[in-house]
Design a protein around this ligand. Structure first.
Ligand code: NAD
Length: 288
């Protein structure tokens, strides 16, 4: 199969990442069949995409007609069976082996032999996930970044079992979606999170050690290294619990100390100080 032969893609899971993938795929000319177990998630995704396209029209980046065409290419359903016959499926459901296993079992029961499964997992082993499906040679990781329409990178991660044709197709798909792809071995964190997670946890370690304040560490990394956000601003933005859980997963897997979350991060998670979404993290976010 060649990417130019693919007219329709499927997206399973219409949360933060799924919504972005649906939008980008529809804007790239694909018919998009989106599926989420939750009706409300479908409604939220549909509304969010319409709102973003509306803003693009207001900024004269796209025309009203193009907006209508893009929206017309997207359909939502809570029924996995609507994905029957779709040749390329992006998976973006909750980060849980059990949830992912259950969805791939359902997909295996309805999909044909040629279908490609591209998982967006951030922390699970692609090889382990490929071993759960009927056709592991057609299974691959395509790790997008949040927010998907803005972030240009996709990490393409072949499992041990992935066929070269699948990797080539995933790379071509990333390009067709307007992204720049890198390929990476199936290792914890791939490239970006392997470097980013220890960096954020190290920042928390030096804060915990009293080396400098959170504000000063953020200022140092922004003004001294040209980072767009400091490590604490970034952790508050993405959710402090993400750094904690991902650090724990990578630490359990590799036993490398740099992935071990420091006590401060663990305690913040236990206290519910998760960042922007809870109004308190490394900084306070008073309700507007
Ligand atoms: P999310 O919680 O925002 O969305 C997950 C969606 O999956 C929800 O809408 C949920 O209803 C749906 N879902 C759950 N079970 C389902 C099922 N059986 N069938 C269909 N839909 C189902 O999660 P997210 O942040 O979009 O993350 C999704 C995936 O993307 C995860 O694997 C995560 O590791 C990965 N990821 C997340 C980010 C990020 O910054 N959020 C970045 C890169 C990769």
């Amino acid at each position: 199969m060649n990417v130019e032969e693919i007219k329709t893609v499927g997206v399973v899971g219409a949360g933060s990442m799924g919504t972005g993938i649906i939008q980008v795929a529809a804007q790239s000319g694909f018919e998009v069949k989106a599926v989420d177990v939750d009706d409300a998630a479908c409604a939220r995704a549909s509304k969010a995409i319409a709102k973003i396209l509306e803003r693009l029209v207001a900024k004269e980046k796209i025309t009203e007609e193009q907006k209508k065409q893009v929206l017309g290419r997207i359909s939502f359903s809570t029924d996995v069976a609507t994905l029957k016959g779709v040749p390329f499926l992006f998976e973006a459901v909750f980060e849980s082996v059990d949830v992912k296993k259950a969805i791939f079992e359902k997909l295996d029961a309805i999909c044909g032999d040629e279908v490609i499964y591209a998982t967006n997992t951030s922390s699970l082993s692609i090889t382990e996930m490929a071993s759960l499906v009927k056709r592991p040679a057609k299974f691959i990781g395509m790790h997008f970044f949040n927010p998907v329409p803005v972030m240009k990178l996709v990490e393409v991660i072949p499992a041990l079992q992935t066929g070269q044709e699948t990797t080539d197709l995933a790379l071509a798909m990333a390009k067709k979606l307007g992204k720049t792809a890198i390929t990476c071995k199936d290792t914890p964190g791939f490239v970006v999170n392997r470097l980013l997670v220890p960096y954020m946890l190290d920042a928390a370690r030096i804060l915990e050690g009293g080396v400098a304040s959170a504000e000063d560490i953020d200022t140092a990394m922004k003004l001294g290294c040209g980072m767009p956000m400091g490590p604490f601003e970034l952790m508050d933005y993405t959710g402090v619990e993400i750094s904690y859980y991902v650090g724990e997963i990578f630490h359990n897997y590799t036993k490398e100390a740099r992935f071990a979350p420091p006590g401060l991060v663990r305690n913040m998670v236990k206290a519910g100080y998760l960042g922007k979404k809870t109004g308190k993290g490394f900084y306070d976010y008073p309700a507007k």
